[in-house]
Design a protein around this ligand. Structure first.
Ligand SMILES: [Ca+2]
Ligand SMILES: [Ca+2]
Length: 502
C-alpha cells in the first residue's frame, strides 16, 4: 500500500463555485404547544403528515444544534387492531426541488434507546401531501390520525434508512445526495416498519429524533480534490502525485499546466500527464510548479475550471512508502505488433527494484518491468506467467496468472479501440497562435463547442462554431487563455495567446 505523509497546503486552492441555495430547520422555535408543533403550524415551512410530530428539549439527549430537536414515534400495533399495524408520526418540510438538480440532505438523527422494533426512516420527495394528524382522542393503537399514510404515486424515494444507519445510543450526522427526478416541493420524513420482521401479535414503540436538517442545492458544487506528493526513493527524480477526491473525473479530463514561475500567473506549457494509476501520475522532481485542473460543467451551471497548484521542489516532499502494490497486466502495443506482459505498479517502482518473470516455467527475457510474448506464438492459448518483484526494503513478492494470448491482429487493419496514428495526425486541429483579431483554424469546424477561459479560470467566451474556420477575439485583452474545443466527439484543450498588434 502506498502511504503519503503530506497533504499540500490549501493556500493556493482556488475554487470558482457559485452560490449554493441552502435551507435548514433547527427546530428552535418557541411554540405554544411544542408537543404538537408541526400540526399547529409553529415550524416555518413544515407540517405534520401523521400524528403529532413535536419538538423536544430532553436534556439527556444533548442536542447537536441549539437546545431543541424534532421527534416522532413509530409504533407497531398487533394484528388485533383493524386500522393498521403501523402507527407513527411523520412530517413534511417544504422546499423546492428542481428536476435534474443535485441536492445534499444533511441532518442529525438518532433513535430512542432500547428499541426492539427496528424502525425504518423513509425519506421521500412528494408534491401532494397536506397537513394531517394532530392529537387523536382515541389515541393508542385505536388512533386514526397517526396511521402512517401510503406513499403517493407522485414521489421519489430518497432513502430508506434501516436501524444500522441510525444509532440508538448517540446522534449521527447523516449525509445523503440525490438528483431530483422531477419537480417536487416537499421532503417527507416517514418512519415506518418492516412488518415481515415483526411478530404480528406483539406491540412495540420506537422513536426517531432529528436536528439541524439542511437541504442544499449542490448542482453547481464541483467535486473537490487535494493532492499528495511523494518522492520515489531517496534519489527519486520522479514525484508521484496522487489526486484525493473528485473520483468521478475521468483521467482524460484532467489538465496539467506547467507554470512559468511559481509565484506569478502564466503558463509555460500544457504537459502530457504520465498516469500510473487512475488517480496518480508522475512529474519530474524539481521541475517547477504546475496547476492540475479539470473542467466542471453541466447544463445548469457556468462551466468552471477547478484547479490546484503544486510545487515539485523535492526538499520538503517525503519519500514514498517503499512497497508499491502491483498486478500482472497484458496488452497489445498501440500498433498491434507486440504483446507485452508486465508487472504494473500502482505507482512507479522505486529505484533499485528487480523484476523477473517466467512463462510456462521458463525464464522470460525482460524488457523493463515486463516481457514481450514470443513472436512465434503459440497464439490463442492460455499461458501461466509468474512475476517476482523485489523492491528495496520490501520482501520480494511473486504473483502468477494465466494470461489468455489473443490471436495476433490483422496487420492490414487497426486493432479495435486502437488509434491510427496517421489518421490522428491528419485530423489534428491547428490554429493561429498567438492570435490577433481572429483565431483561425486549419479546418472548417462543424458543430464545434468552443470555450475560452481566462487564466483565472473564468469563462470569457463560449460559442458554437458551425461551418466556419475562424472566430473573432478582437475584444479579448492581450494575454494567455485556455482554449477548449469539443468537436468530432473529442475535447481538446490548448493554450492560446492573444496579442493585438498596435
Ligand atoms: Ca436544534
Ligand atoms: Ca408526538
Amino acid at each position: 500500500m502506498q502511504k503519503f505523509f503530506v497533504i499540500l497546503p490549501m493556500l493556493l486552492l482556488q475554487f470558482f463555485t457559485q452560490a449554493q441555495e441552502r435551507r435548514c430547520w433547527d427546530f428552535e422555535e418557541q411554540c405554544p404547544n411544542p408537543g404538537n408543533a408541526f400540526f399547529t403550524g409553529c415550524i416555518p415551512d413544515a407540517f405534520a403528515q401523521s400524528g403529532t410530530p413535536d419538538i423536544g428539549t430532553t436534556s439527556s439527549l444533548t442536542v447537536p444544534s441549539g437546545s431543541k430537536y424534532a421527534h416522532t414515534y413509530i409504533r407497531h400495533c398487533d394484528a388485533f387492531y383493524s386500522t393498521s399495524r403501523i402507527h407513527g408520526e411523520g412530517f413534511v418540510l417544504e422546499n423546492d426541488f428542481v428536476a435534474g438538480h443535485k441536492y445534499e440532505l444533511k441532518f442529525w438523527a438518532r433513535r430512542g434507546p432500547g428499541n426492539t422494533v427496528n424502525p425504518i426512516l423513509g425519506i421521500y420527495l412528494t408534491n401532494t401531501l397536506g397537513n394531517f394528524g394532530g392529537a387523536d382522542p382515541g389515541a393508542g393503537c385505536n388512533s386514526l390520525l397517526d396511521v402512517v399514510p401510503a406513499v403517493p404515486a407522485d414521489h421519489q424515494s430518497v432513502a430508506n434508512l434501516n436501524p444500522s444507519a441510525i444509532p440508538a445510543t448517540e446522534w449521527k450526522l447523516i449525509t445523503l445526495t440525490f438528483t431530483a427526478a422531477g419537480n417536487f416541493s416537499q421532503l417527507w420524513f416517514r418512519p415506518t416498519l418492516d412488518l415481515t420482521a415483526l411478530n404480528p401479535s406483539a406491540d412495540f414503540e420506537s422513536h426517531f429524533y432529528y436536528d439541524d436538517i439542511c437541504v442544499s442545492d449542490i448542482t453547481c458544487r464541483a467535486p473537490e480534490f487535494k493532492l499528495s506528493l511523494c518522492r520515489q526513493g531517496e534519489e527519486g527524480k520522479e514525484l508521484l502525485v496522487t489526486i484525493n477526491g473528485a473520483e468521478e473525473v475521468p483521467t482524460s479530463d484532467w489538465l496539467l499546466l506547467r507554470l512559468k514561475n511559481c509565484n506569478a500567473p502564466g503558463f509555460a506549457s500544457l504537459s502530457p500527464i504520465n498516469w500510473v494509476s487512475n488517480n496518480s501520475f508522475t512529474v519530474p522532481a524539481n521541475s517547477g510548479c504546475y496547476v492540475l485542473a479539470y473542467l466542471f460543467e453541466n447544463e445548469f451551471c457556468e462551466p468552471q475550471y477547478i484547479q490546484l497548484q503544486f510545487n515539485t521542489n523535492a526538499d520538503n516532499i517525503p519519500i514514498c512508502d517503499a512497497c508499491v502494490d502491483w498486478s500482472i497486466v497484458a496488452d497489445w502495443d498501440e500498433y498491434c505488433k507486440t504483446f507485452l506482459i508486465e508487472a504494473q505498479g500502482a505507482g512507479s517502482f522505486p529505484p533499485g527494484t528487480q523484476v523477473s518473470a517466467s512463462i510456462e516455467g521458463k525464464p522470460a527475457t525482460m524488457s523493463g518491468t515486463g516481457f514481450y510474448y514470443p513472436e512465434d506464438g503459440p497464439w490463442g492459448v492460455g499461458v501461466i506467467v509468474c512475476f517476482t518483484v523485489d523492491q528495496p526494503n520490501c520482501p520480494p513478492v511473486t504473483q502468477c496468472a494465466t494470461i489468455l494470448i489473443p490471436e495476433p491482429c490483422d496487420p492490414h487493419n487497426v486493432c479495435k479501440g486502437r488509434s491510427n496514428s496517421a489518421e490522428t495526425a491528419a485530423a489534428q486541429l491547428l490554429f493561429t497562435n498567438p492570435a490577433d483579431q481572429f483565431l483561425r483554424f486549419n479546418q472548417v469546424l462543424e458543430g464545434a463547442n468552443v470555450q475560452i477561459y481566462s487564466m483565472q479560470g473564468g469563462l470569457v467566451r463560449s460559442l458554437v462554431v458551425d461551418g466556419a474556420n475562424q472566430i473573432s477575439v478582437s475584444d479579448l485583452p492581450d494575454g494567455q487563455y485556455l482554449l477548449v474545443i469539443q468537436h468530432a466527439g473529442k475535447r481538446e484543450a490548448k493554450l492560446l495567446m492573444v496579442i493585438h498588434r498596435p
